[in-house]
Design a binder for this molecule. Sequence first.
Ligand SMILES: Cc1ncc(COP(=O)(O)O)c(C=O)c1O
Length: 411
Amino acid sequence: MLHTGSPEVIVDDLVRTPAAVADAERWTAHNYHPLPVVISEAEGAWVTDVDGKRYLDCLAGYSALNFGHRHPSLIAAAHAQLDRLTLTSRAFIHDQFATFCRGLAELCGKDMVLPMNTGAEAVETAIKVARKWGYQVKGVPANAATIVVADGNFHGRTTTIVSFSTDPSARDDYGPYTPGFKIVPYGDLEAMDAAIDDTTVAVLIEPIQGEQGVIVPPPGYLQGIRDLCTARGTLFIADEIQSGLGRTGRTFACDHEGVVPDMYVLGKALGGGIVPVSAVAADASVLGVLSPGSHGSTFGGNPLACAVGTEVVRLLGTGEYQRRSAELGARLHTDLSALIGHGLIAVRGRGLWAGIDIDPSLMSGREACERLAEHGVLAKDTHGSTLRLAPPLVIEPAELDWAVERLAAIL
Ligand SMILES: Cc1ncc(COP(=O)(O)O)c(C=O)c1O
């Protein structure tokens, strides 16, 4: 069932918002700079703030809300599970576990999965598995393993992951940094080839760099990495946390080049916008290196997460969300491209996912987001004058058109 929503916005005086913003500022660390929008309810592609003003959500929790807010079948799965069993730890097996793991493994075309909670944990899992694989299978000398990553990457916030970030705001003052990573320019296969040596256990990249501004690599890049990894005996890890699960119009962004990585890293939409659920998916020859006690998580693969995750996998199995993303994405990119030269200087992306560069002489990305919010559209800036648009895949064509009209209006 698709959600519908009216592109009509009720613009009330924002009475409760300023106090709620001030309270949040007072009681939390300032590791984010949120827009002054205080959301209290949501359904489908729409959210409502504490003052009753409605906004079209064109960020969708950085793709964690691919199925929209409170998708009926996901909410039903969560409710049913809440009434039966919520947590066991992995000390025991529960009746939702195998169903979810099998469904996700089959969706990925892999032998098995390892469920975790957040995206960063799944990336950490992939790094640990790759290193173990390197020592146990490839025969890399102890503690010599290296992983090749791309500049402009965003894989999460743990100490190890920020060690190979090239973004000073994510990395600075968190040293000493974890060694064992080589950074090469994104999109540059020659540099990647040169960086791979006998110690390389994996290449870890985002098939599309979301946080960096929805950067789509040159055609053939993913296939080139696949070929390099196969030829040089190293693992190809695709971080599809943001790009996967329907966002680009295919189940995985790698599908656009018909490429299958050795390990998928998944998160965000896997939790259906309800609970944090992440996972790595790989064949037994890779995930088989883990043994009892070598890795784990109290909450990873909990019954509630698995029940919701199973429904996410079922929804993706229908193909409806991938199709909507492809069709509506084509419409979005055509409409956005028409704004180039009229306030926009570039548009990138795939499916219902766009990075747009606003003419910096007009306004910053932050100003654009503030103005869009005033006009009833939520989006997020990144790096100067770039905006990310990633509406829920349940958005209706008229709503999408309306969002682009709002964008044109503020430009
Ligand atoms: C590609 C990618 N990897 C990893 C992460 C980290 O996920 P989380 O915030 O759930 O730890 C993100 C989050 O934006 C991401 O976009």
